[in-house]
Design a protein around this ligand. Structure first.
Ligand code: ADP
Length: 196
């Protein structure tokens, strides 16, 4: 498991990770793996994992690391991840960083880049207000959104320092048209010698 590109996307809720994940996934021909999407699908299908995750998600809290780490181990062990992958929404805690580090070491591979999508809280709250109307996500209620931003600041934002210390972080302004942001990411990756 050495060839291919391995990308993490990190940023607050509403920064546009899901949208950019799809753009990068198609540009690099790698699967975009969103732990949030996988959890939501499990909730929809009322699987045992979904039933365990639902209350945490509805409250805007992280699902426990043990459940999340098991899920990602399974997903990354799938054949379509051998040639690289993009992770959207994982890792979200330092425990998840350790788990991912171990997985990558066990598979003799490593991350190429961590794309940090930067967006101000006021802007993401407004974006998520619109998404609540469009998609009806139960965790897009305004009070829950504010809590998710706090959880991000407390548990996930510190990961930026961890990956910065490894020289892996490309910080990208997430405000602008979708194609504009995609271009910024593509340029930043190119500058690091990361091309499809
Ligand atoms: P957003 O980044 O916009 O908050 P996501 O779709 O990434 O949305 O996540 C939605 C919810 O799914 C989170 O609030 C959390 O409850 C759960 N979740 C997603 N990824 C993780 C993760 N890596 N660890 C723990 N919980 C997660």
């Amino acid at each position: 498991m050495a060839e291919g590109t391995r990308i993490l996307l990190i940023g607050p809720p509403g920064a546009g990770k899901g949208t950019q994940a799809l753009e990068l996934s198609s540009a690099f021909s790698i699967p975009a793996i969103s732990t949030g999407d996988i959890f939501r699908e499990n909730v929809r299908n009322a699987t045992p994992l979904g039933l365990q995750a639902k209350s945490f998600m509805d409250a805007g809290n992280n699902v426990p690391d043990s459940l999340t780490n098991d899920l990602i181990t399974d997903r990354l062990a799938s054949p379509d991840c051998v040639g690289g992958f993009l992770l959207d929404g994982y890792p979200r805690t330092t425990d998840q960083v350790r788990h991912l580090d171990d997985f990558l070491a066990d598979h003799h591979t490593k991350l190429d880049v961590v794309v940090q999508l930067v967006a101000e809280p006021d802007i993401v709250v407004e974006r998520l207000r619109k998404r609540a109307v469009d998609q009806g996500r139960t965790d897009d209620d305004e009070a829950v959104v504010r809590h998710r931003l706090d959880v991000y600041a407390e548990q996930t934002a510190p990961l930026i320092d961890v990956y910065s210390a490894r020289g892996l972080v490309a910080a990208i302004d997430g405000i602008g048209d979708i194609s504009e942001v995609t271009q910024r990411i593509t340029d930043a990756l190119h500058a690091r010698g990361i091309t499809p």
